[in-house]
Design a protein around this ligand. Structure first.
Ligand code: ADP
Length: 564
C-alpha cells in the first residue's frame, strides 16, 4: 500500500466517516425536533405552567381578601344594629365588595350594601333572595362547607346589568367556631367593575412582567430553555401576553375579554386554562407578544440547520485543506527520494569517467596527441559538471537552512556574462550548439553577487543544452529596459507545457517529458536561479512553447538591489 492510499484510508476512516455520521445524526435529530414539534410542545408546556401559577395566584388572592373580611365579621349573637354597624365598616374598608351579609336561620339576614353601587331597594331584594335560598338550603350548605378545607364556597356567574353582561363572584362562608347545629352563613360579593378594572389587570401584569428568562427556576427542569439557543429566548418579542375571558369563547377568538395584559394585541391565546372557583366560567389565556411558539420553533429549527450547514462546510473545507497539504508533503517526500537517487547517480557517473580516463592516461597507452587532448577535455568537462552539481547542492542546502549569504559588489555584469560564457563556449560548441551572444553596449555596472549570478546563468545554459534535441541553438542576451537589467537565455528545445511552467521553479520539480526523464538532473537548478534573482530584488520568468523552445529571463533592478 503506498502512502497516498494510506492517507486516503486514514482520512476516510478516522475523519470523514465519523464527521459525516455526526452531521447525519445531528441533521436527523433537528429534523425529528421539527417533525415532532418538540420546541413548540415545550413552549406550550411552559405556557401551561404559567397559567396554572396564574390561576393559583388569582384564587389565593380572592380567598385571602374574603378571609380577611370574614375575620372582621360581627358575631352572630350581636344585635342587628351592631351587626349593621360592623358590616358597614367592612364595606367602607373594602370598597371592592358590592355587599356583605350575615344570615342566621333564627334571626334572619343583615345585608350591608356598598352605597355607591347598590341602592337600598336593590339591597333589600338581594337580602330577600339570599334569605329565601338559605331558608331552603342553608343546612345543606353549612354541611357542605364544613367538609371543605376552607369553609368558603363561590357563586360565580354573569348577570345582566344596565351596561350589559357583567361577571362577578360571591363568596359564601360559614363560621366553623360556631356550634354544628347553628345555621349561620356570611357572604361577600365582588364588584364586577373592580374585578374587570383592577383585580385581573393587576394580576395579569404581574404574571407577564416576569419573562421566561428572568425566572427560569419556576419552569420545569427540562424546559425549552435548555433546548433553545439563548439568543432565541432573549428576543424582546418573547414577552408574554395574557388574557382573562369567558370560558365559553375558549375555542374562538375571545370577543368579550374581561381583562388583558399590555401587548396582547388581538388574536387567540395559544394555550388556555379554564379557571375553577372562585372564578369558574372564566378562562385564562396566554401567548407571546408579537410571535407564536410555532414561529419560534421554526426559527430555531432553521437556525440549527444553518449552523449545521456552516459547520459542515467548514469541516469539508478543513478536510480538503488537510488532504491537500498531506498530499503535498507526500509528493515532496517522493521528490526528495528521487533527488537522492538522481544526485548519487550524477555524482558517480562523472567520478567513474574521470577515474577511467585518468587511469588510461596513466598507463601511457594513449600515444596520439589528439586522443590525449580528448581525454583531458573529458576529464575537465566531467569535473566541471561535478563541481557545478556540488555547488548547486551546497547552495541549496544553505538556502534551505536560511544560511545563504550574498556578497554584493559593484560588477561589470557584461563582462561577467561574457567570461562565464567563455568558459562554457568550448562545451557548447562541442555539443553542436550554435551560440548567439548579444550583449548591449553601455550596460552600467551593478551591485551583484558575482558567483551567484554566474551560477544562475550556468544553470540556465546547462538546462538549454540538456533539454534540446533537434535544433541545437542557444541564445544569450543582456540588455537594459529602463531601470531593469534583463538577462535572457533561450533555446529551441523541447519546451515546457503551460501548466508546468510555474512549477519548474519549485525545488526538486522535474517535468514528465521523456527527454527530461532520461537526462540526469536534480530539480534544483531553477529553484536556485529563482532564489538568487529574488535575493537581488529581481525575478525570473519563463516563456515557452512545447516543441518550439523556451526563453528564461532574469530581471535585475539597476537601482537599490536588495541586500538580503
Ligand atoms: P534539472 O534540470 O536538474 O531537472 P531544474 O530545476 O534546472 O532541474 O529544472 C527543472 C525542470 O524544468 C527540468 O527538469 C525540466 O523539466 C524543466 N526545464 C528547465 N529548463 C528547461 C528548458 N530550457 N527547456 C525545457 N525544459 C526545461
Amino acid at each position: 500500500m503506498n502512502a497516498r492510499s494510506r492517507l486516503f484510508l486514514t482520512l476516510g476512516l478516522a475523519v470523514v466517516l465519523p464527521a459525516l455520521a455526526l452531521i447525519f445524526v445531528t441533521f436527523q435529530h433537528v429534523k425529528s425536533i421539527q417533525r415532532d414539534k418538540k420546541v413548540e410542545a415545550l413552549i406550550h408546556r411552559d405556557f401551561q405552567y404559567v397559567l396554572t401559577i396564574g390561576a393559583k395566584k388569582m384564587a389565593s388572592k380572592a380567598y385571602g381578601m374574603t378571609e380577611e373580611v370574614r375575620n372582621a365579621f360581627p358575631s352572630v349573637d350581636d344585635s342587628d344594629d351592631v351587626k349593621r354597624k360592623k358590616l358597614d365598616e367592612i364595606v367602607q374598608k373594602n370598597p371592592w365588595f358590592t355587599h356583605v351579609f350575615l344570615y342566621d336561620a333564627k334571626k334572619g339576614i343583615v345585608l350591608e350594601p356598598q352605597r355607591a353601587v347598590m341602592d337600598e331597594k336593590e339591597a333589600d331584594e338581594s337580602g330577600k333572595m339570599y334569605s329565601a335560598w338559605f331558608n331552603l338550603e342553608g343546612a345543606y350548605l353549612c354541611g357542605q362547607l364544613r367538609r371543605k378545607p376552607k369553609p368558603i364556597m363561590w357563586m360565580p356567574g354573569e348577570s345582566q346589568r344596565a351596561n350589559g353582561l357583567v361577571y362577578t363572584t360571591t363568596a359564601i362562608f360559614s363560621f366553623p367556631e360556631l356550634d354544628r347545629d347553628r345555621i349561620v352563613l356570611g357572604g361577600a360579593s365582588f364588584d364586577p367593575k373592580y374585578l374587570k378594572e383592577k383585580f385581573f389587570p393587576q394580576l395579569l401584569e404581574e404574571l407577564t412582567s416576569q419573562s421566561f428568562t428572568e425566572d427560569p427556576e419556576q419552569l420545569h427542569e427540562q424546559s425549552f430553555l435548555q433546548l433553545m439557543p439563548k439568543a432565541a429566548i432573549e428576543h424582546p418579542d418573547q414577552k408574554l401576553a395574557m388574557i382573562v375571558y369567558p370560558a365559553d369563547a375558549l375555542k374562538s377568538e375571545p370577543d368579550r375579554p374581561m381583562a388583558m395584559s399590555a401587548g396582547w394585541g388581538s388574536g387567540k391565546p395559544e394555550v388556555s386554562y379554564k379557571l375553577d372557583d372562585p372564578f369558574r366560567g372564566l378562562a385564562l389565556g396566554i401567548k407571546f407578544q408579537g410571535t407564536t411558539a410555532q414561529a419560534i420553533s421554526r426559527r430555531w429549527v432553521w437556525q440549527s440547520f444553518l449552523i449545521l450547514g456552516v459547520l459542515s462546510v467548514l469541516m469539508i473545507g478543513g478536510l480538503v485543506l488537510t488532504y491537500r497539504s498531506v498530499n503535498k508533503q507526500v509528493a515532496l517526500a517522493r521528490l526528495k527520494s528521487d533527488f537522492v537517487s538522481n544526485v548519487s547517480h550524477e555524482l558517480r557517473t562523472p567520478l567513474a569517467l574521470i577515474r577511467l580516463y585518468a587511469e588510461t592516461l596513466e598507463l601511457g597507452r594513449i600515444t596520439t596527441r589528439e586522443k590525449k587532448n580528448e581525454y583531458y577535455s573529458i576529464i575537465r568537462k566531467e569535473s566541471e559538471r561535478l563541481s557545478a552539481l556540488i555547488n548547486n547542492i551546497l547552495d541549496f542546502s544553505r538556502i534551505e537552512a536560511g544560511a545563504k549569504e550574498y556578497d554584493f559588489r559593484e560588477t561589470d555584469i557584461a563582462e561577467l556574462v561574457r567570461n562565464t560564457l567563455d568558459s562554457y563556449r568550448y562545451q557548447i560548441e562541442q555539443q553542436g550548439f550554435a551560440l548567439e551572444e548579444q550583449i548591449d553596449p553601455g550596460i552600467p555596472s551593478v551591485k551583484v553577487d558575482r558567483e551567484a549570478i554566474a551560477r544562475a546563468l550556468v544553470n540556465l545554459v546547462n538546462n538549454a543544452l540538456k533539454y534540446s534535441d533537434n535544433e541545437k541553438f542557444l541564445g544569450v542576451r543582456l540588455y537594459r529596459e529602463q531601470s531593469v537589467l534583463k538577462l535572457e537565455v533561450s533555446d529551441r528545445g523541447i519546451g515546457i507545457e503551460r501548466n508546468e511552467q510555474s512549477r519548474i521553479f519549485e525545488k526538486f520539480y522535474r517535468t514528465c517529458d521523456p527527454l527530461v526523464h532520461n537526462t540526469k538532473g536534480s530539480g534544483l537548478g531553477l529553484s536556485l536561479v529563482r532564489h538568487i534573482t529574488r535575493a537581488h530584488g529581481g525575478d525570473v520568468e519563463v516563456e515557452s512553447t512545447p516543441g518550439r523552445g523556451s526563453k528564461f529571463t532574469l530581471s535585475l533592478p539597476l537601482a537599490n538591489p536588495s541586500t538580503t
